[in-house]
Design a protein around this ligand. Structure first.
Ligand code: XMP
Length: 514
């Protein structure tokens, strides 16, 4: 068991998409939290000295055969418990209540009425809260030993507490940013009810990571792309292993405009790292020739990437380790968490590595979310300018070009995306956006240029706001900003005739168009 858990919070992982987000939110309260398998016995948790336990959400139904369960002793009152969504339903069932699939499903924003000023809701203000729900099963009957704290239209028992005990359950997700005062509710449980110790900090994480990584034997190869994740990965490894680190920038031909120059500026000149530059753009384009299926593109990019690495490693090696800037959302969305989460997209960082890879993979950021990585970058002394950059997907422009990847569509997407970023910077809207880019497919539209009819690409601009990439909403840009973007794209990008703005949130859409 993780020794850091003494005085902290164990989050039992029932496979929900937001399970790790709970840890992230608890850590934001400076309390250490870690995801542990859902079957972890109470005895082990007690031995580790946890201050409390949170039961995560999950995709199963509590009555389904083989549904993930918790150790029944957890519900006996020896440790404070907060059940969220599926975890809440387990809690209700454990105390003799009933859960059923009948009734109304609730997905997305829902209003709950708080009927009881219990300490769980202390300081959340008002009686009505907008919360994020995502469930089809509901508690249909709660036992006499429980008190109702809040209700929604479809869930009469949206929040409950065990009478005289420190066991709470909420049907909604306090951990997602769309739940009003979700942070306060978690802090009421973690700090108020559990009295957990506030001893976690990013600086502590950095020191622990550097210490652990410094124990790696041999040389480490790190791929850098100019993005925040790989830059921070390289910086932390360089602190840990010094000149046993070698960085390689593989130009896939699928990167944003000006990446090579950024890598040269920040890593080579700024940190004095040893970075090799390899131009593999022809190779990637060749491998992607005729491939239109998005998942296949991801696999091809992943495989070509891994091959290029291996070749470099063979020529410049030996290297014992391969470092990657994989973040937690990449891991969870690829279905590699400790729990039974469903695969959403095959993320290139984690999906494309061949089994026979001759290097061991090191992923120092795999526990972290983007905003935590940016904070870590700041602690490592990396320039703010480089740390505030938007995330960019591993498969790059291959997933921002719909259908087959052609040099022309790549150029249109790259140039139009650069314009979107420049206009947002100019209008002071860049930092408010999580991602801002332009994508293009094969749709062509008719336009007029001067007196002549033309036929060209319809470019789609997408700008979203998000806290962690797990959920996102489209940005309500001003009409002036939209107009500037549109005018510049049609004026400056050869072959672009029309501009559309994507107004879908995640869910149901994902952030990347593919
Ligand atoms: P989606 O599109 O799944 O994206 O809503 C969530 C976040 O992840 C990034 N993303 C990827 N990153 N490899 C990556 O390394 C991928 O295949 C990939 N697909 C999406 C995306 O840019 C967003 O920030």
């Amino acid at each position: 068991m993780d020794p850091g858990l003494a005085g902290g919070i164990a989050v039992l992982d029932f496979g929900g998409q937001y399970a790790h987000l709970i840890c992230r939110r608890v850590r934001a309260l400076q309390v250490y939290a870690a995801l542990v398998p859902h079957w972890t016995p109470l005895a082990e948790l007690k031995e580790a000295g946890v201050a409390g336990v949170i039961l995560s959400g999950g995709p199963s139904s509590v009555y389904a055969p083989g549904a993930p369960a918790a150790d029944p002793e957890i519900f006996e009152g020896n440790v404070p418990v907060l059940g969220i969504c599926y975890g809440y339903q387990l809690l209700v069932k454990a105390h003799g209540g009933e859960v059923a699939g009948a009734g109304r499903r609730e997905y997305g924003r829902t209003r709950v009425r708080v009927s009881d000023g219990d300490r769980l809701f202390e300081g959340v203000g008002g009686e009505e809260l907008a919360v994020w729900m995502s469930h089809s099963d509901s508690a249909t009957k709660i036992p006499a030993s429980m008190r109702v704290l809040a209700a929604s239209e479809a869930s009469p028992f949206a929040a409950v507490r065990l009478l005289g005990g420190e066991q709470y359950g909420v049907q909604f997700h306090p951990e997602v940013s769309h739940t009003d005062k979700g942070e306060r509710l978690l802090s009421n449980f973690v700090l108020g009810v559990c009295g957990a110790e506030r001893k976690w900090s990013m600086l502590g994480f950095l020191q622990r990571s550097v210490e652990e990584l410094s124990r790696l034997d041999g040389r480490v190869l790190c791929a850098v792309s100019g993005g925040v994740d790989s830059t921070v990965t390289a910086a932390i490894l360089s602190k840990a292993v010094g000149d046993r680190l070698r960085c390689v920038f593989i130009d896939t031909g699928l990167l944003r405009a000006g990446e090579k120059e950024k890598v040269e500026g920040v890593l080579r000149r700024g940190l004095g790292l040893n970075v090799a530059f390899v131009d593999a753009s022809e190779r990637f384009l060749g491998a992607l020739d005729g491939v239109a299926d998005p998942e296949e593109k991801r696999r091809v990019v992943g495989k070509t990437f891994a091959d290029a690495f291996e070749e470099f490693a063979r020529e410049e090696g030996p290297f014992e380790h391969l470092a990657q800037g994989t973040l937690y959302p990449d891991v969870i969305e690829s279905g590699r968490s400790t729990g039974p989460a469903a695969v959403i997209k095959t993320h290139h960082n984690v999906g494309g590595l061949p089994a026979g890879l001759s290097m061991r993979v090191v992923e120092p950021l795999r526990e972290l979310y983007k905003d935590e990585v940016r904070e870590l970058g700041g602690l490592l002394g990396l320039p703010e300018e480089a740390m505030k950059r938007h995330p960019f997907p591993g498969p790059g422009l291959a997933v921002r070009v719909l259908g087959e990847v052609t040099p022309e569509k790549l150029r249109v997407s790259r140039e139009a995306s650069r314009i979107v970023e420049e206009v947002l910077e100019e209008d002071g809207a860049y930092s408010d956006a999580w991602q801002a880019f332009a994508y293009v497919g094969d749709d062509k539209v008719t336009g007029v240029l001067g007196d002549e009819r033309t036929y060209g690409f319809q470019v789609v601009v997408k700008v979203v706001e998000s806290v962690d990439g797990m959920t996102a909403d489209w940005s309500r840009l001003s009409s002036g900003t939209l107009e500037k973007i549109s005018t510049r794209i049609t004026n400056e990008v050869q072959g672009a005739v029309a501009v559309a703005y994507n107004i879908s949130s995640k869910p149901p859409a994902t952030i990347e168009p593919q």
